[in-house]
Write a protein that binds this ligand. Structure first.
Ligand SMILES: [Mn+2]
Length: 359
């Protein structure tokens, strides 16, 4: 039996202020990624579809985001009428008012759709012999910690939760991974297996504040075959994000900066057109930004977004003379490898290497 696990859709996300036909381009990208995922889910035809939170980008999403979700659910329900869709609200779906269910609450009324926004809910599908426990964000931050236990009468037990599960006191969800056939998590935007069978699917698009950090990571969703425990990643192709290698500013050749920027931007495979691009310059004093005057507008027109980040100059390379600690450590390693050495010899070595002792 295959289940699909999506998370962090962030419908209604907007960024960079670019509009196309009256709509924020990034919002349209995020909706497109969601619809792409739905199409892929239809091909897979899983037994259940799980969405582990941050369905919306904020608790008051634009109406267009509500429409995008409604359309996605409608497509799923029409093509796969027997496949339940189970969603747990994330922090982004949860308004501060404790009695306010937030936008996801409206979707809980639909047949075949569970949209849990406040307290933990356990749903049993006897035909599938499947039990799903849904833990929304609010239940992990309000009142006593939710009790999450599998249903011993079900063949398959799956948990859908939002938050952190690492073995730290601050983690929001405590669970024994051995109790579950699969744990579908939301909150982290990078795909990651926390423990065997416990997964973050990651976001479908690069919706974080620093998309550059996710430039090299493929986005998408997961499926799991509960019989074999095998998971599979299904990539979704969102808007390309390009993070360019930093350009060091050469104070003695300031005119070189212009050339380097043009070179680096020109070398992006496939061009920078319609991409989200970051260029970093190391060691350029902000007062000298006018060195780039006239260079950037053309690239800004071509890219969807061009971010110029000024970094501190990299630290000077270590002095030629190896630092005492490094010297000491390497000598210690040598010394320990030679088992004939005794404690006195080690002590002598350490003293010899300490800076005070050096002539
Ligand atoms: Mn998120």
């Amino acid at each position: 039996m295959i289940i699909a696990h999506l998370s962090d859709l962030h419908l209604g996300y907007r960024a960079f202020g670019h509009m196309e036909q009256g709509r924020n381009v990034r919002e349209a990208d995020v909706a497109r990624a969601f619809h792409q995922a739905i199409q892929r889910v239809l091909e897979i035809a899983p037994a259940a579809v799980l969405v582990a939170g941050d369905v919306f980008d904020r608790p008051e999403p634009p109406h267009s985001a509500l429409v995008a979700l409604a359309q996605g659910l409608q497509t799923l329900r029409e093509a796969l009428p027997d496949v339940p869709v189970l969603m747990a609200a994330g922090a982004r779906d949860t308004p501060p008012g404790p009695a306010d269910p937030g936008p996801l609450g409206a979707f809980d009324t639909l047949a075949g759709v569970e949209a849990v926004t406040a307290t933990t809910r356990s749903v049993h599908y006897s035909k599938l012999n499947l039990n799903v426990v849904l833990v929304p964000h609010r239940s992990t931050v309000q009142g006593p910690r939710p009790v999450v236990v599998p249903n011993p009468d079900a063949r398959w037990n799956v948990l859908v939760g939002y938050g952190s599960v690492d073995e730290e006191a601050a983690s929001l969800l405590s669970l024994d991974s051995g109790d579950w056939d699969y744990v579908a998590l939301g909150h982290e935007h990078f795909r990651r297996e926390v423990l065997p069978g416990v997964h973050y699917a990651g976001a479908l698009e690069r919706v974080g504040a620093t998309p550059w950090e996710e430039a090299a990571e493929e986005k998408g969703f997961l499926t799991c075959d509960l019989e074999s425990g095998q998971t599979r990643f299904h990539p979704i192709h969102g808007r390309p994000v390009v993070s360019l290698e930093p350009i060091p500013f050469e104070a003695d050749r300031p005119e070189r900066l212009r050339e380097r920027v043009i070179e680096v931007l020109g070398e992006v495979p496939g061009g920078i057109e319609e991409k989200i691009v970051r260029i970093r310059i190391q060691g350029l004093p902000p007062g000298q930004l006018d060195l780039l005057e006239g260079v950037l507008p053309e690239y800004r027109r071509r890219a969807l977004h061009l971010e110029v980040q000024l970094d501190d100059a990299p630290p000077l390379s270590l002095s030629q003379e190896v630092k005492p600690s490094v010297r000491m450590a390497s000598r210690l390693v040598e010394c320990l490898a030679d088992q004939s050495d005794n404690f006195d010899a080690l002590l002598e070595l350490v003293q010899e290497c300490l800076p005070e002792r050096r002539a």
